[in-house]
Design a protein around this ligand. Structure first.
Ligand code: ATP
Length: 366
């Protein structure tokens, strides 16, 4: 549905997009995710036609867009600020999306009703827009953008002005809405959780480039670089020594964890920094064993609890692994997370514990 080929964008001397290549499939919920200033909004505006590109090509639905102005593209945009008119009614705000449409009035009124129903605002047409809650305003903006049934809906941080509860609710509603209308959604967000929850696929951007483009599960479990791993969720890093390499895989010695063999799928070569090989793992992939408790996992390691952070549904433990000071003298702490079970005691700081884990959850960054 959308294709970017080698898209470059300069603002004067500033190189905002550095050779973007991507294709977004029809009916996909696609997110552009990255820290502030990485160029994600610029890319969205390029797709919408609000920004020219310096070189490269953008195609939508198979057509080159270079000479197609924003209002003639099969796209529509929903902005962070909603941009709804407070002095108009809800229905008038939605009908604004039809202002250039030649259809007769009754037909337009029916379309407005249909669009309001789609976003869960059936019966709200006569209300004054200024009397709506933030979540309802966002729905009005959505209805207005969807009324002409664009092929692509572009969403620029549409939920960032909402409080956390409302944001989570709208995330689920947006997914449902997208499935229902079946059009392609492209979302810009700096919130990794939001991207993981909502997207079929995510492009992670840093400094005008796509660092990784993948499905949420793949991004989380197999990040292509330490930077992506660090940006998405929590990842522990431990220095490691490579003992042997064969067929794309590696045998590594990890102080605290011992020697493991990692197949090619667990080796990431995308990082070009000088910190040396690092092993990464997610906090929930290791388990604290209670006294006498056996585990199904392949390996066990001793550790001492350094810090306990209680979160209600779960607890984070910062641990010093036995033997982890072997490589460079400093025992690093690693963070693991455990779901809390009602009535089970939480071990306290200073306790010696056993950790169960499996080599399958490790990623080597080199
Ligand atoms: P944010 O989440 O903060 O909006 P972003 O990833 O969406 O960040 P962009 O808005 O795409 O980032 O901006 C990318 C870079 O381009 C930034 O460094 C920004 O300062 C610069 N930039 C954006 N628009 C312009 C402009 N019109 N003129 C000059 N520089 C610009």
């Amino acid at each position: 549905m959308i294709e970017c080929r080698e898209v470059q964008k300069y603002y004067g001397d500033y190189h905002a997009l550095r050779g973007i290549n991507l294709s977004i499939r029809e009916g996909e919920f696609f997110s552009l995710l990255g820290p502030s200033g990485c160029g994600k909004t610029t890319l969205l505006r390029v797709i919408a036609g609000f920004e020219d590109i310096s070189s490269g090509a953008v195609l939508i639905d198979g057509r080159h867009m270079e000479d197609v102005p924003a209002n003639r593209r099969p796209t529509n945009m929903v902005f962070q600020s909603y941009a709804i008119f407070p002095h108009l009614s809800v229905a008038e705000n939605v009908a604004f999306g039809l202002r250039r449409d030649p259809r007769p009035r009754p037909e337009k009124a029916a379309m407005v009703e249909e669009a309001l129903e789609m976003v869960g605002l059936k019966g709200y047409g006569a209300r004054a827009a200024h009397a709506l809650s933030g979540g309802q305003r966002q729905r009005v903006a959505l209805a207005r953008a969807l009324i002409l049934k664009p092929k692509v809906l572009l969403l620029d941080e549409p939920l960032s002005a909402l409080d956390r509860k409302m944001r989570e609710q709208m995330q689920v509603e947006l997914i449902k809405l997208q499935r229902q209308v079946g059009i392609t959604f492209v979302l810009v967000t700096h919130d990794q959780e939001e991207a993981l929850v909502m997207s079929d696929r995510i492009a992670v951007m840093f400094e005008g480039e796509i660092a990784q483009l993948d499905e949420p599960e793949a991004l989380y479990a197999r990040p292509a670089s330490r930077r992506v791993a660090d940006f998405i969720g929590v990842m522990n890093f431990l220095p490691a020594r490579i003992l042997d390499e064969a067929d794309g895989g590696a045998q590594v010695d990890i102080p605290g964890l011992g020697v493991v063999d990692l197949p090619e799928g667990q080796v990431s070569r995308a990082d070009a920094d000088d910190s040396g090989p690092m092993i990464g793992f997610r906090p929930e992939t290791m388990t604290l064993l209670g006294p006498g408790q056996a585990s199904q996992q392949a390996r066990e390691t001793g550790a001492v609890i350094d810090e306990v952070v209680y979160y209600g549904d779960m607890t984070y433990y910062d641990l010093r692994l036995d033997g982890s000071a072997r490589l460079n003298g400093n025992a690093r702490t690693v963070r693991i997370s455990m779901r809390n079970v009602f009535g089970r005691e939480v071990p306290c700081v200073g306790t010696a514990v056993r950790l169960a884990w499996s080599p399958g959850s490790l990623v080597l960054f080199r």
